[in-house]
Design a protein around this ligand. Structure first.
Ligand SMILES: [Zn+2]
Length: 363
């Protein structure tokens, strides 16, 4: 999501002075939120002489490429956990130099970027090695508390009100693997003809198999994570759609099967960006309530649910009042944590910073 997001949405660092006192008033939280996170670098707060622990924050989630020792050191001083967002199936730049990893649609064509996202073929061995090596290097470089897999889905764009949902990936490698895994003899013909046959005659088997590919990434990343750093957590940022939204497209097109993912992920972070998705704030409450029931989340057990909500003013304006609502809704019910997109958006707005403090310190 993120680096691209930050570039696309802009990162206005309006670093005005801010007092550390929170606004009085407001209802008391009925529960302590276990993980009180920010998504993005903590530096916008630090540049304003704010200490995150004094704002009630206890976790930072940030793009792996933006992490450095200086941030790690100060984060530790403030008692913060640090989780690295790890772009997983984003092939931007990679596919230009490695066309064999380009995702192929049902017409046999290379997919085009879906707004800013360029998905990659999730079975291509070279790409898989490339990402796996990057994960190991990251874990050896920093003493992280966990890794959050981002862009974990087949090529699509689910964050827009009108999502882009192509059928992929029908590259030769995927077709061979599908055939080997299922024992189904594919007909002759070109890629488009094979794709047509699969979608007409073996649609369910095809979609089930695709979900095992995505879940396989989580399974394999979890194994690496636990080998390199036992105790660290593996989280996933993911499309928050329910089982019916867009005719079941979360599973049907994106390849996200909650039941399979539940076996491997330690933490689910549904991306409930209500403004960006054209929803009202109440949708966050409904979605997280539904989701925690759907996964049968239990107190003090894994997997846990720590959603990411929208603080950023684009598209539209997220007022401080709405920000408070979605932040509280993100931690509702059996959700045990929450974070917001982005740290910059909160740090630049004194009222949003005060609200974050109010929610996170239990006012
Ligand atoms: Zn493929």
């Amino acid at each position: 999501m993120r680096l691209q997001y930050l570039l696309r949405w802009g990162t206005c660092l309006m670093l005005t002075a801010l007092g550390t006192g929170a606004k009085p008033g407001g209802p008391a939280n009925s529960k302590k939120i276990e993980i009180r996170g920010i998504y993005g670098s903590p530096e916008p707060f630090w540049k304003k002489d704010l200490h995150l622990d004094q704002l009630g924050v206890n976790a930072v989630f940030m793009h792996d490429g933006a992490i450095n020792e200086k941030i790690m050191s100060r984060a530790r001083l403030e008692g913060l956990k640090v989780f690295a967002e790890f772009a997983t199936l984003n092939g931007k730049n990679y596919v230009d130099q490695h066309p064999e990893a380009w995702a192929i649609d049902q017409h046999g064509k290379k997919v085009e970027a879906a707004t800013w996202f360029m998905g990659v073929c999730p079975t291509e061995p070279g790409f898989r090695r490339y990402r796996t090596d990057a994960l190991k290097n990251l874990l050896r470089k920093f003493d992280l508390d966990g890794v959050w897999m981002d862009y974990l889905h087949y090529h699509a764009q689910f964050e827009d009100p009108e999502p882009i949902l192509p059928e992929t990936c029908f590259c030769d490698h995927c077709l061979s693997l599908f055939q080997a895994a299922t024992g189904l003899p594919l007909p002759g013909g070109n890629t488009a003809e094979k794709a047509d046959w699969i979608l007409r005659h073996q649609e369910q088997i095809w979609r089930n198999w695709r979900c095992t590919i995505i879940a396989g990434w989580v399974r394999d990343f979890k194994k690496i994570l636990k080998e390199e750093k036992p105790g660290a957590l593996l989280g996933i940022y993911h499309c928050p759609w329910n089982d019916e939204d867009f005719n079941g497209a979360r599973r049907r097109i994106l390849g996200l099967d909650y039941d399979l993912l539940r076996e491997h992920a330690d933490v689910f972070s549904p991306m409930v960006y209500h403004g960006r998705m054209g929803k009202d704030p109440e949708w966050v409450k409904e979605n997280i309530s539904w989701f925690t029931h759907r996964l049968d989340i239990q107190p003090d057990q894994y997997p846990k649910v720590w959603p990411i909500v929208q603080a950023h003013n684009d598209p539209g304006v997220i007022t401080p009042e709405v920000f408070e609502k979605v932040l509280r809704y993100g931690a509702i019910g059996r959700s045990s944590g929450v974070m917001m997109f982005t740290s910059y958006s909160v740090a630049e707005d004194e009222e949003k910073t005060a609200i974050m403090k109010k929610v996170y310190t239990g006012w």
